[in-house]
Design a protein around this ligand. Structure first.
Ligand SMILES: [Ca+2]
Length: 179
């Protein structure tokens, strides 16, 4: 083989080698990939479309209204101090909803709810609610199996300090399709 032809063949072999390395890198996952880029469905907080009612509101202040539990803001609902145990807050919809999870965001101060329960308009089993170790962590409640209801009520059974209340009462799920 003449020197010029030999050099051209060598260059072609090196080129093929580089191509093989690049292909191997792609196959091993170190190259560009689209895995993990699928969009994640966002949960719907049904509370934002519900009407909120409560057993009471703290009477001596004009800022702890029940409508604060589903406004997606740091505003707070606080029941009457003397009626803390057994106080309740309820979300009601004009249409049936299927609830699979609830979340209770506590007030950002030391008044901590330590126990409670969820009751539903279907009259079925009560779902117990246990408090979190600190008031900064929202209480998450799985509702399994999901409940098809028109309202859900959270009842306070125990709490620390005098003014237990909630920043937000969230209910995640979906609107039930009606024929
Ligand atoms: Ca709020």
């Amino acid at each position: 083989m003449r020197p010029g032809v030999r050099a051209a063949s060598l260059a072609a072999m090196i080129g093929c080698g580089l191509l093989a390395v690049w292909l191997a890198a792609c196959e091993s996952g170190s190259g560009p990939t689209e895995s993990g880029s699928a969009p994640v469905a966002k949960e719907t907080n049904l509370a934002l479309s519900a009407k909120a009612t409560a057993s009471s509101e703290l009477p001596e202040f004009d800022m702890f209204h029940v409508t604060n539990v589903n406004d997606d803001q740091p505003s707070e609902w606080v029941p009457d101090r003397g009626k803390k145990i057994g106080a309740w807050v309820q979300l009601t919809w004009d249409y049936p909803v299927r609830i699979q999870r609830a979340e209770l965001e506590l007030r950002g101060i030391g008044d901590r709810i330590t126990a409670g329960r969820l009751v539903f308009s279907d009259g079925g089993t009560t779902v117990p609610v246990r408090g979190t170790p600190d008031f900064a962590t929202p209480i998450k409640v799985e509702v399994f199996p999901p409940r098809e209801v028109k309202w859900v009520r959270f009842i306070i059974d125990a709490g620390e300090n005098g003014s237990c209340g909630l920043r937000e009462f969230r209910a995640f799920g979906e609107k039930v399709a009606t024929p």
